[in-house]
Design a protein around this ligand. Structure first.
Ligand code: AMP
Length: 280
């Protein structure tokens, strides 16, 4: 594996890879790599002749009161994971390399960027879209890999790629979970042992919503209510939202149907957690 930190080296190496008769897969991450990231890397490795991964904690997607300064960083551990997953090129730039100055031209997401995650984290999805756009241009992949865990982010990326004609395919990978169902996340490291135990309520609540649907419930409010009741009853868990939406636009639905996303966000102590399940 080759590791580079400048956009010039990245462009040169990916241009060379594109000349080979192989496709380029790309996995963008913020590091502190875990089993969820590894699943994306494995999928990229399986599908492509050349795999690029980036580790960059993107300041544009953090609000002023959020955890940019404390976000877990583990450069050596990340390099070991990337090498073990068979990555060909690792891009680990510093902030000045990606944003030598705050970008004057950015990607602005419409209403899809203002709902749910966008409402709780103003500007977050614009910051994600802007950095993903830049990374996709720098890498020039055939396929880019994103986790279903961040379902609204996935919807934004899909929409950006479609609306602006990016030439790459977007590949979604299923959410990787701990044995108790908690979605693996870099931010789980913030949880105390007690909070970690409580955090399992998030997936339990989504499962309760999905079970209601499986039992025949088709009223969106009732499916959300089944999930919300579990989350509201959980000790030390503060509910942000529970919503049943369609996956492309995160719009509310009139009837609960297979393929829709039951998404939820909550706070456990100071840690904000998000998760979702797909009906059906
Ligand atoms: P992050 O480093 O948190 O920005 O995540 C990088 C990518 O990994 C994103 O596409 C996430 O959706 C994905 N990801 C994070 N956690 C998981 C997980 N538990 N399962 C699958 N994908 C994940």
């Amino acid at each position: 594996m080759r590791a580079v930190a400048t956009t010039a080296e990245l462009r040169e190496a990916t241009a060379a890879a594109r000349k080979e008769p192989s496709e380029v897969g790309f996995v963008p991450t913020m590091g502190a790599l875990h089993a969820g990231h590894r699943a994306l890397l494995a999928a990229a490795r399986r599908d492509n002749g050349f795999v690029v991964a980036s580790v960059f904690v993107n300041p544009l997607q953090f609000g002023p009161a959020e955890d940019l300064a404390t976000y877990p960083r583990n450069r050596d551990g990340d390099l070991a994971v990337l090498a073990a997953e068979g990555v060909d090129l690792a891009f680990l730039p510093d902030e000045a390399e990606v944003w030598p100055a705050p970008p004057e031209v950015r990607v602005h997401v419409g209403a899809l960027g203002d709902r749910f995650e966008g409402a709780s984290r103003p500007g977050h999805l614009d910051g994600v879209a802007t950095v993903v756009a830049k990374l996709l241009h720098l890498v020039g992949p055939s396929r880019a890999y994103f986790g279903q865990k961040d379902a609204q982010q996935l919807a934004v990326v899909r929409r950006m790629v479609a609306d602006l004609g990016f030439p790459n395919e977007v590949v979604a990978c299923p959410t990787v979970r701990e044995p108790d169902g908690l979605a693996v996340s870099s931010r789980n490291a913030y949880l105390s042992a007690e909070e970690r135990r409580r955090a399992a309520a998030l997936y339990r609540s989504l499962e309760a919503g999905r079970a209601a649907w499986s039992a025949g419930e088709r009223r969106p409010g009732a499916v959300e209510g089944a999930a919300g009741a579990v989350l509201a009853a959980a000790e030390g868990v503060e509910v942000d939202y529970v919503a049943l939406v369609e996956p492309a636009g995160f719009q509310p639905v009139e009837r609960a149907d297979a393929g829709q996303v039951l998404a939820a966000a909550c706070r456990v102590g100071r840690t904000r957690l998000i998760d979702n399940v797909i009906l059906g």
